[in-house]
Design a binder for this molecule. Structure first.
Ligand SMILES: Cc1ncc(COP(=O)(O)O)c(C=O)c1O
Length: 285
């Protein structure tokens, strides 16, 4: 029987019911994280849980557990479900209360659930690269918060899906921000360029791993805004994200990027990322 976490306790998945007045259900009033598990080990869990706590703080949500308590609970969950390779999805909402936009007063207990899902580590897309479209970024101005409100991201991803593409690369007035569920980087003049970690993007944990790997391997990086024009004329374009790791983009809006193959720097980063997974979790493809 598949186990989940409900408010800090391991329970059978069938025991979990959502109240129609849960604020996550009615308003998207909550936060979430997705953490990769390799070889039964959580990858970059501390970084994910720090971001979870930061997101909670930004929306004035009080979480009754510390990051290290949640980390231990998640490790128990992985063990209980014998998860080898996959993800943990975790979400915390502001709890159940009669519908009213303002926070419940007095406050109510938050609703915290976590679930595992087995996902094999696939290299098919990583080897060939994928296609993307560009689209206007219509989201709010606090994209640094990993909020349950994902309508802007969903509409962008659906547009990509309808175009037969893997990802939608969003831009604000011609400045590239990020993918609908990933960060975007380009290689231009042999240098990696990626949007600065501010309120307009989610500071991806994989993005942070990539930046550390660049720093320790003398790969030049510039964290600055870049335009759709620079994107389309880049030598290489790649995405980073928890489930995709480092994923090459070979075509955008039907235009071939570089020579239409995963680029050298992207491939180097894929190798470095795999080494890092092996270092932290002891597993390789
Ligand atoms: C909008 C957005 N940007 C970036 C990312 C990548 O973040 P991470 O590397 O932490 O998975 C995600 C991941 O889901 C995302 O939804």
């Amino acid at each position: 029987m598949e186990k989940m976490i409900l408010n800090g306790k391991l329970v059978a998945q069938t025991e979990i019911k959502v109240d129609f007045e849960d604020r996550g259900y009615q308003f998207g009033d909550g936060i979430y994280e997705v953490i990769r598990v390799y070889n039964g080990q959580l990858f970059t869990a501390e970084e994910h849980l720090k971001r979870l706590m930061d997101s909670a703080k930004h929306i004035f949500l009080s979480v009754p557990y510390s990051a290290s308590e949640i980390n231990e609970q998640l490790q128990e969950l992985v063990k209980a479900n014998s998860l080898e390779s996959g993800i943990i999805y975790l979400q915390i909402t502001r709890g159940v209360s009669p519908r009213n936009h303002a926070f419940p007063n007095p406050s109510v207990d938050c609703m915290y659930i976590a679930k595992t899902k087995a996902v094999p580590r696939s290299t098919a897309n990583a080897d060939t690269g994928v296609n993307a479209i560009t689209t206007e970024d219509i989201r709010w101005l606090r994209c640094d918060i990993k909020s349950l409100n994902l309508l802007g991201n969903i509409l962008a991803k659906q547009k990509a899906a309808e175009a037969g593409c893997f990802e939608a690369i969003q831009h604000r007035d011609g400045t590239v921000t990020e993918g609908s569920s990933s960060n975007v980087s380009i290689v231009s003049g042999g240098k990696i360029i990626t949007h600065p970690a501010n309120n307009l993007i989610l500071n991806g944990i994989s993005r942070q791993v990539m930046l550390h790997l660049c720093a320790s391997n003398d790969i030049p990086v510039e964290e600055r805004e870049f335009t759709v024009d620079e994107l389309m004329n880049a030598e290489e374009v790649f995405l980073t994200g928890t489930t995709i790791e480092v994923l090459p983009i070979i075509k955008i809006d039907g235009t071939v990027i570089g020579d239409g193959q995963p680029g050298q720097i992207t491939q180097k980063l894929q190798e470095l990322f795999s080494n890092e997974v092996e270092r932290q979790c002891g597993v390789r493809n």
